[in-house]
Design a binder for this molecule. Structure first.
Ligand code: NAI
Ligand code: ENO
Length: 294
């Protein structure tokens, strides 16, 4: 039998994403040992009870001593605190990676705390759900999904290759990007849609009593889809918006202008403007589906 890709993987934060990594890494035999460092005693107990890690706790010295790969899976607002906690205990030659939904802020907050003797390969799996915590994870989460890596220039190619092997073994496809470009792309494809969902569900819940009841009773699939997204973790999303501020504000500006143009077309009965717009957006949906099937 060939030896696993990593000796010890330490998962910092054992929520939806890292608990899915724990399950997938076990399933595919990618690590000899999997441990977790989590600030929450309850999360550690749950991970041990589920049998997805070999050891769990909040003592960085004990949990990092043997770690060859450290995967940080905490909300992005905790990256500086995580860096301070783990920095002094990292083994020389270890690879530090993460799964945070924004990349510029992670590089800004985590990298300064890492010693020169470790390799840093930031990443972001474009896969998730509205659920959180160690019980929400599942081994198939990353199957057929993209994982974006944003290594800085000069990063050891061997370290990038090992992180690539981990994700491909869990079923993902890899794309390499610059962190700033990643944050701009995700602002439109993920962060703005979540903001719209949070807004529309908020608007509906602010309606007067009768109307609110009817929104729940007759919620057609459009609104239901928004409620799923708007049920996503409040801390995680607070941190994403605060840490991708510029790209999100830029895209909100453009979105607001486009919304105003549609508002105007409705007001003035511009049937052709509306129809042309909807035809174009339908073509985008078809292109996405065709790209998936290709
Ligand atoms: N949930 C999703 O769909 C996706 C999330 N992400 C990103 O992955 C990261 C993790 O997200 P989830 O797995 O959903 O989180 P989660 O909310 O399920 O779990 C986070 C865990 O981190 C722990 N934690 C928080 N601060 C800590 C600290 N200072 N030290 C140690 N542990 C700490 C918490 O106790 C918790 O167990 C976030 O950065 C998020 O942006 C990326 C892709 C998808
Ligand atoms: O549940 C959904 O639809 C998601 O969009 C999950 C998700 C959330 C955050 C990410 O950074 C990536 C994926």
């Amino acid at each position: 039998m060939s030896s696993p890709l990593f000796g010890t993987i330490c998962l910092v934060g054992i929520g939806l994403i890292n608990s899915s990594i724990a399950r997938a890494a076990r399933l595919h035999g990618l690590a000899a040992r999997i441990v977790t460092l989590d600030a929450s005693e309850q999360a550690c107990e749950t991970a041990l009870r589920l049998g997805i890690v070999d050891a769990a706790g909040s003592d960085p010295a004990a949990l990092l001593a043997e770690a060859d790969l450290i995967m940080v899976g905490t909300p992005v607002g905790a990256m500086a605190a995580v860096g301070q906690a783990i920095g002094p205990h990292l083994k020389a030659g270890a690879i530090v990676s993460d799964v945070g939904s924004v990349k510029m802020a992670v590089v800004r907050d985590l990298l300064p705390h890492l010693p020169d003797t470790v390799h840093f390969v930031p990443g972001h799996p474009i896969a998730g759900t509205e659920h959180s915590g160690p019980e929400a994870g599942f081994a198939e989460l990353f199957q057929g999904r993209w994982c974006i890596l944003t290594p800085l220039p000069g990063t050891d190619p061997g370290a990038i290759d090992k992180v690539t092997q981990l994700w491909t073994a869990m079923g993902s496809m890899i794309e390499i990007m610059e962190p700033l470009h990643h944050d701009k792309v995700l602002a439109i494809t993920s962060h703005l849609p979540h903001l719209i969902a949070y807004t529309i569900v908020g608007t509906a819940s602010d309606l007067e009593g009768d109307m609110q009841q009817e929104v729940i009773k007759f919620s057609a699939s459009g609104f239901r889809d928004f409620t799923r997204i708007a049920a996503s973790d409040p801390i995680m999303w607070r941190d994403i918006f605060l840490n991708n501020k510029e790209a999100v504000l830029e895209i909100i500006q453009r979105f607001t202008e486009d919304l105003t143009a549609l508002q105007r077309a409705i007001r003035w009965g511009e049937a052709e403007t509306l129809e042309t717009h909807f035809r174009e957006t339908r073509a985008i949906r078809r292109a996405i589906i065709d790209a998936k099937q290709a």
